[in-house]
Design a protein around this ligand. Structure first.
Ligand SMILES: NC(=O)c1ccc[n+]([C@@H]2O[C@H](COP(=O)([O-])OP(=O)(O)OC[C@H]3O[C@@H](n4cnc5c(N)ncnc54)[C@H](O)[C@@H]3O)[C@@H](O)[C@H]2O)c1
Length: 258
């Protein structure tokens, strides 16, 4: 078994997940990453995690596929022997934004498949491994952190599938927080606002304008590092008596204003 604590971060090949994995690696975690991207394609991003010199696994796989989920965790248990943190970050937006009066079953299946089904069944798999390790590893306090979105509670009729999926992720937080509390496994959620990544590059002009016009109390884009810092806070063992908690990392977007 490795001496380091172990963090799994899904979808950490780029963007928010990559910043989270780099942050946790900088704190001494061994990290294990699952992403659909080719390792060579994202070599530079992975270097940002590996440079801290801690044990590292990159597994090319799809969170929606049961065999990939299983092979990934088998590899982690073989090589690292423990799991301290699971960060469910992998997520997709609709390939094309379509009004809810027009969107397709295909688009809904795609978005819910990754964001809800993938997150749910991967959490189920890892939660069972975390329960199993409690007797084996003294003083381990495993944690699960879901990356949802302000879309969990904000209506955007041009990408309803995404909003539905993120509301689903928030319910996954509550369900597992409730179910795993008896094991001392706390479950948290980070709810990002408008964060500058490949996912949002395509709508940069729209959000630049909205931010300039005062959409957010804190007048700037969020960055992946803002999310990574919130995840780090949840990993800190300082919130033992809190589970099912959410941190909004959104420049104050969630505040109702008049
Ligand atoms: N960027 C934002 O403004 C924003 C806001 C709110 C929430 N989020 C959420 O944060 C998370 C990360 O978003 P991001 O902006 O970094 O997006 P991104 O598209 O840059 O990164 C998502 C990562 O997930 C991976 N991925 C996609 N489908 C996968 C699958 N089936 N299996 C495994 N990996 C898969 C991608 O390859 C990619 O590396 C997502 O869950 C997203 O919904 C982002």
């Amino acid at each position: 078994m490795v001496d380091n604590k172990v963090a799994i971060v899904t979808g950490a090949g780029r963007g928010i997940g990559n910043a989270i994995a780099a942050q946790l690696a900088s704190e001494g975690y061994a990290t294990a990453i699952l992403d659909v991207l080719d390792e060579e394609e994202i070599a530079e991003n992975l270097e940002g995690i590996k440079k801290y010199g801690n044990p590292f696994i990159y597994f090319k796989g799809d969170i929606t596929k049961g065999t990939d989920r299983k092979n990934f965790t088998d590899k982690i248990m073989d090589e690292f022997g423990r799991i301290d943190v699971l960060v469910n970050n992998a997520g997709v937006a609709p390939k094309v934004r379509m009004d809810i009066l027009e969107t397709t079953e295909e688009s809904l299946d795609f978005v819910l498949g990754v964001n809800v089904k993938g997150t749910f069944f991967f959490t189920q798999l890892v939660a069972n491994l975390m329960i199993e390790e409690l007797d084996r590893i003294p003083n381990i306090r495993p944690k699960i952190i879901n990356i949802s979105s302000m879309s969990a509670y904000t209506s955007s009729p041009s990408r309803g599938e995404y909003c539905i999926s993120k509301a689903g992720v928030s319910m996954i937080t509550l369900l597992f927080a409730d179910r795993l509390a008896e094991y001392g496994i706390n479950v948290y959620e980070v709810r990002p606002g408008i964060i500058y990544t490949d996912m949002t590059k395509v709508v940069k002009d729209k959000y630049d304008k909205l931010i300039n016009e005062g959409l957010l109390p804190i007048k700037r884009w969020g960055y992946p590092e803002d999310i990574a810092n919130a995840v780090s806070l949840f990993c800190s063992d300082k919130l033992e008596y809190s589970t099912g908690e959410v941190i909004n990392v959104d420049g104050g977007f969630h505040i109702r204003r008049l």
